[in-house]
Design a protein around this ligand. Structure first.
Ligand code: G3I
Length: 351
């Protein structure tokens, strides 16, 4: 990779040099790391919003660092479905075009989510036929538009309730059935695109083992029902105090079906790491440890199960975690797009 030096040697020496200079800013300025996409033996992604692709600082960082893009919100119903029922695709088309231009994979997120129930669907009469047709037409229109471009889709997002007691109740389950609405979504997506890998995606699968059990039972139910489920997404929104081993255990469990795994939305919050107090050095050390464990655990999957590793953003200020509570630093790059020690730790965890 670098004059034959191993990845770990490069990272180790980089960190040693950086540690010589105490200030975080100086450290960030001295970290010389390979692009994430070059360091990893699998696709590396980030989430994006269309406007960011025109940002003269961020756009080149995205192009240099990753090989896959996920729309952060502009391929969800909240953006696409207008109140009159019409669909808008300007932003998703822009993201798809950027991916195509830069030779990147494009990942669709997300088709059916309990958190999004647009008025255009809610006001449909309770008759099953009309609703079923609108549901199928939506999925055919969205997935069909990006056929041959999108490498995969989060077909159903966050179907398991927070405690892991069962499946969420939502407009889709009420109108089309608790399991049936999910099976239908996978079938409609497959009808629209015979090639795309179709995912079930959820969060807290590492933090809450009970939720992971419920998620895996849903996987079994979907496969038994004949849903063309082709991959499992584990979002991995975690904090710097995540106990060692939790992430590895989750990835091992999720891989037990032999399906491709998408580590789909990783960030490692410092502000939510209640177990580490406010000591910045401890928080950053914990963050690096968690990123390294995720990289190592994902690297150790069989190659055919390493679908992609997606960071939910690249620069700290762009993170959704800062929308309401500015000041978190959950990602691999600082506000100026310079790699942090967390980036060195993630690369150091790769195998
Ligand atoms: O940019 C518009 C702005 O022009 C407008 O004035 C404003 C008010 O409507 O909305 C702004 O868009 C917001 C967008 O984030 C960009 O900030 C949307 O309202 C808001 O809904 C959207 O939130 C996204 C959220 O999902 C809901 O879609 C977050 O960016 C995104 O990070 C978050 O991502 C989710 C994953 O999809 C699923 N897993 C959890 C993850 C974090 O919540």
């Amino acid at each position: 990779m670098t004059g034959g030096l191993s990845r770990r040697a490069v990272v180790g020496s980089t960190l040693a040099l950086a540690a010589c200079d105490r200030t975080i800013e100086a450290q960030a300025a001295t970290l010389e790391l390979p692009p994430l996409r070059s360091a990893a033996p699998f696709p590396v992604g980030t989430c994006v919003q269309a406007f960011q692709l025109e940002d003269r600082a961020l756009s080149p960082l995205i192009a240099a660092q990753v090989s896959q893009l996920t729309a952060e919100w502009e391929m969800k119903m909240e953006y696409i479905v207008q109140d009159d029922g019409s669909l808008r695709f300007d932003a998703p088309d822009q993201i798809a075009a950027f991916a195509r231009t830069h030779g990147m994979r494009f990942f669709g997120h997300t088709l059916v989510w309990y958190a999004q129930e647009p008025p255009a669907f809610k006001r449909l009469d309770t008759g099953r036929i009309a609703f079923d047709a609108a549901y199928r037409n939506y999925i055919l229109a969205v997935v069909g538009r990006y056929r041959g471009q999108a490498v995969g889709w989060d077909v159903v997002n966050e179907a398991i309730d927070d405690e892991g007691d069962g499946w969420r109740d939502c407009l889709w389950s009420q109108r089309l059935g608790p399991l049936e609405h999910m099976v239908l979504a996978f079938q409609h997506a497959r009808e629209a695109d015979p090639e795309a890998v179709l995912f079930l995606n959820d969060y807290n699968l590492e933090n809450r083992p009970k939720k992971r059990v419920a998620f895996l039972k849903l996987v079994e139910a979907l496969l038994k029902a004949g849903a063309p489920l082709g991959g499992l997404g584990t979002q991995t929104h975690v904090a710097a105090d995540l106990p060692a081993g939790r992430l590895s255990a989750a990835i091992t469990d999720l891989a037990s079906f032999g399906l491709p795994i998408h580590l789909s939305e990783m960030d490692v919050s410092l502000r939510r790491a209640k177990g580490l107090g406010h000591d910045k050095a401890k928080l950053e050390a914990g963050q690096g440890r968690v990123y390294a464990e995720a990289a190592e655990a994902f690297s150790r999957l069989p190659a055919q199960q390493r679908f992609a590793f997606t960071h939910w953003g690249l620069r700290d200020p762009d993170s959704w975690l800062n929308y309401k509570d500015p000041g978190d630093a959950p990602l691999l790059f600082d506000r100026r797009g310079r790699p942090k020690a967390a980036a060195a730790a993630w690369i150091g965890g790769l195998r």
